[in-house]
Design a protein around this ligand. Structure first.
Ligand code: ES4
Ligand code: ZN
Length: 326
């Protein structure tokens, strides 16, 4: 990657980041060795050659497989601490971090191990990296609503550490409406609500996230421009979208970054933010994504500042101090 210019390092919040998607090949091999696990790749180079994805599902298959190396609290702590160091170096001042409880409990790793391990890194993050954090637990939409409800129940001891719920994994064929009751229950527990929608799915998936789940932020929403009524709704209610441009190219949702609808979306009045999604797999962290769209779409300083400002406005931070800093 080219060196990051000052625009890429502008202070920003990262609002769409899967912690499991920050597992770099080097750390994957280190944790595999530590835990006595043999990965089906000779070395980090061989693993990186597997990062040529055809679509979301082909990425998810590798993403879930590599999680096998994450076993202990120490592993989750190391994962999050490595991410926070990289994020800080790219201008991230606040990170709202997704994790996938069911991807770990399904392999016999307890929810408490995941939350306690991540918490250790997050608790030191402000002091060590200058990054404030929040945690968002995601339900896997290709699993059952019952499994999601059990996960919410299991998370009750940890809700002091969890700000909200999200919905991720394979979108098409797994509409948000399946999770109506789970989101209702999450709302009653005081949790904030977001969901992936309109990544590969059509605008109908975004409508369901809004109308059935009552989300206050949409993750991706990339295909929203296809439906003018949806755009009007998102603009009226100032629902932020957490776009992930490098992810969209790597998962072949768009061919090249030059085709990304970011500018058209901003011009339509949508509250857009730029994020990294799964940076170890998609070739770049938050600053890299700012840099890449800045170059590909010839964004001027004002646009980049607006994206950075939006990231704090769209965050779950209470104060406006971070906004005023910009
Ligand atoms: C994800 Cl890019 C993406 N989309 C949906 N679910 C995910 N989980 C991790 N990365
Ligand atoms: Zn995502």
């Amino acid at each position: 990657l080219a060196p990051l210019g000052s625009h890429a390092l502008i202070p920003k919040a990262e609002l769409h980041l899967h912690i499991e998607g920050t597992l770099e090949p080097e750390l994957a091999f280190e944790l595999a060795a530590r835990n006595g696990i043999t990965l089906p790749y000779a070395d980090t180079e061989a693993l990186r050659t597997a990062y040529l994805f055809a679509d979301l599902q082909s990425f998810l298959d590798l993403y879930y497989a590599l999680m096998a190396v994450l076993i202990t609290e120490d592993d989750f702590e190391a994962l999050a601490d490595a991410y926070l160091a990289r994020a800080a170096a790219q201008g991230v001042r606040h990170a709202e971090i997704f994790f996938d409880p069911q991807a770990h409990t399904a392999r016999g790793v307890a929810l408490g191990t995941v939350v306690e391990g991540l918490s250790r890194a997050l608790a030191r993050s402000q002091e060590r990296h200058g990054v404030t954090t929040k945690l968002i637990m995601c339900f896997l939409r290709d699993q059952s609503a019952e499994s999601a409800m059990e996960t919410l129940e299991a998370a009750k001891p940890y809700l002091d550490r969890i700000v909200g719920v999200g919905l991720d994994s394979a979108e098409v064929g797994n509409p948000a409406s399946k999770f109506r009751e789970v989101y209702e229950a999450a709302g009653e527990l005081g949790l904030r609500k977001v969901a992936h929608a309109g990544e590969e799915g059509d605008p109908g998936y975004v409508w369901e996230a809004l109308d059935v789940l009552g989300v206050e932020r949409v993750d991706h929403g990339l295909r929203s421009l296809e439906d003018p009524e949806l755009v009007a709704r998102l603009v009226r209610d100032r629902i932020p979208l957490t776009l992930c441009p490098m992810s969209n190219v790597r998962l072949r949702t768009i061919d090249v970054l030059e085709d990304h609808p970011l500018v058209a979306m901003m011009d339509a009045g949508l509250v857009c933010t730029v994020n990294s999604d799964d940076p170890a797999y998609f070739g770049g962290y938050a600053g890299d994504n700012f840099h890449a769209v800045g170059e590909a779409l010839a964004l001027d300083h004002e646009r980049l500042r607006e994206l950075a400002r939006n990231s704090f406005v769209a965050s779950f931070l209470d104060g406006s101090a971070e906004e005023e800093e910009l």
